[in-house]
Design a protein around this ligand. Structure first.
Ligand SMILES: Nc1ncnc2c1ncn2[C@@H]1O[C@H](COP(=O)(O)OP(=O)(O)OP(=O)(O)O)[C@@H](O)[C@H]1O
Ligand SMILES: [Mg+2]
Length: 223
């Protein structure tokens, strides 16, 4: 249940030039550890999350999930590893408008063809854990932004991921709700023994993490 990046580099085209978005980034997150990453807009935070989440291959460097080198895998095995091992939380949770809160989570199990009683009770339990026990059968349109984001966190945990990556998960929330969702992610990461990385432009909002980093010109610095 761990994440390890070693010497990861990514360059992207910028008109006739290329920008080095990530330069020799290394990061290790153990099971149940929670780290936070900040950096100015355009500093490469989302690119780092995309590499860690196996959504983008780095130009050079190594990405290990649970000790497995993701770089050596076929595309289909990579996709399978991403589904099995990685939970993603984005700025807005992209819930299905026609599904209730509990159905959003059950869908994860359904896609994996293991929607059974155990999965149904896990979905219920996770929603209760994120304080949504009395909103199980509400649709996204009947929930507040903070409540939807909590459903998004529960959904990311539904597949028992080894790695939880949250990219600006509170950007659409006010300060109090934002802090509550951050606290929830930190607590869940620890409780479920998930290697957790939270990206936020405002580290003041993120309390109780093990380490804090800043991306500066593509280089990850511990702060
Ligand atoms: N597909 C792409 N093609 C070219 N350049 C890109 C692409 N995606 C991102 N970039 C550039 O890479 C750099 C890093 O982008 P990234 O999205 O990782 O930054 P960020 O730190 O997440 O910013 P923000 O805080 O605004 O979300 C930026 O200069 C951006 O313009
Ligand atoms: Mg970003």
């Amino acid at each position: 249940m761990s994440l390890r990046l070693e010497n990861v580099a990514v360059s992207l085209p910028d008109g006739p030039d290329t920008i080095e978005v990530l330069r020799g980034v290394s990061l290790a997150v153990a099971p149940g550890e929670v780290v936070a990453v900040t950096g100015s807009s355009g500093s490469g935070k989302s690119t780092l999350m995309a590499v860690a989440g196996l959504l983008r291959r780095p130009d050079t460097g190594r990405v290990e999930i649970d000790g497995e080198d993701a770089g050596g895998l076929s595309q289909s095995r990579r996709t399978a590893l991403r589904r099995e091992a990685i939970g993603l939380v984005f700025q807005s949770p992209n819930l299905f408008p026609s599904l209730t809160a509990i159905e959003q989570l059950e869908l994860v199990a359904h896609i994996e063809r293991r929607l059974d009683d155990e999965a149904r009770s896990r979905a219920r339990h996770l929603l209760e854990t994120v304080g949504m026990g009395d909103r199980l059968h509400h649709r996204p349109g009947q929930l507040s932004g903070g409540e939807r984001q909590r459903v998004g966190v529960a959904r990311a945990l539904m597949g028992s991921p080894s790695v939880l990556l949250a990219d600006e998960p509170t950007a659409s929330l006010d300060e109090d709700r934002g802090r509550a969702v951050m606290d929830l992610i930190v607590a869940q990461g620890r409780e479920q023994h998930v290697a957790t990385v939270i990206v936020s432009h405002n580290l003041d909002q993120v309390a109780g993490v093990d380490r804090r980093y800043e991306l500066r010109h593509g280089i990850l610095v511990e702060v």
